[in-house]
Design a protein around this ligand. Structure first.
Ligand SMILES: [Zn+2]
Length: 148
């Protein structure tokens, strides 16, 4: 079931991309379909996209990491290719309890990519490693510098 729901999610992300290109915005029908799959996290994710809280970080070797600034200014690292987020909700709700397909941050990343609303920043491969190994919740100051 999880596999088929993930497939539906990918189809919806494709439709989001198409709707943006064709109409410039999401249709009510598409929003309803997204809500059926993602429920409450959808609204939070759309807020994050509206506030342009998603940054796409790319390394010279082509690695991609997204950083999402959450509602409490906490920054979470997301890997869109492997569907992973460093937030506690992802660990608990997605990995442990398997209640959701993705957390609001990861959903926001997928939507921001489909809507082309991600901010972009180039980083070194060394920075990529540092971000993946660094617990952003431990140092709020560093996270703010990344979003200036
Ligand atoms: Zn998350």
């Amino acid at each position: 079931m999880a596999f088929s729901l993930r497939y539906v999610a990918d189809q919806l992300f494709s439709e989001v991309r198409f709707a943006k290109e064709q109409h410039g915005h999401l249709t009510d029908e598409l929003l309803s379909a997204l809500h059926c799959v993602f429920h409450q996290p959808l609204l939070h994710a759309l807020d994050l996209v509206d506030q342009r809280n998603i940054t796409r970080l790319t390394t010279p070797s082509g690695r991609v990491l997204h950083q999402v600034t959450g509602s409490s200014n906490q920054v979470y690292n997301c890997l869109i290719s492997g569907d992973f987020c460093t937030c506690p909700s992802y660990t608990f709700t997605v990995l442990v309890k398997m209640e959701s397909l993705m957390c609001k941050h990861l959903l926001a990343v997928h939507l921001a990519e489909a809507l082309r609303e991600s901010k972009k920043q180039d980083i070194s491969d060394e920075d990529f490693v540092a971000y993946m190994c660094y617990d952003s919740s431990a140092d709020d100051k560093n996270t703010k510098e990344l979003h200036v």
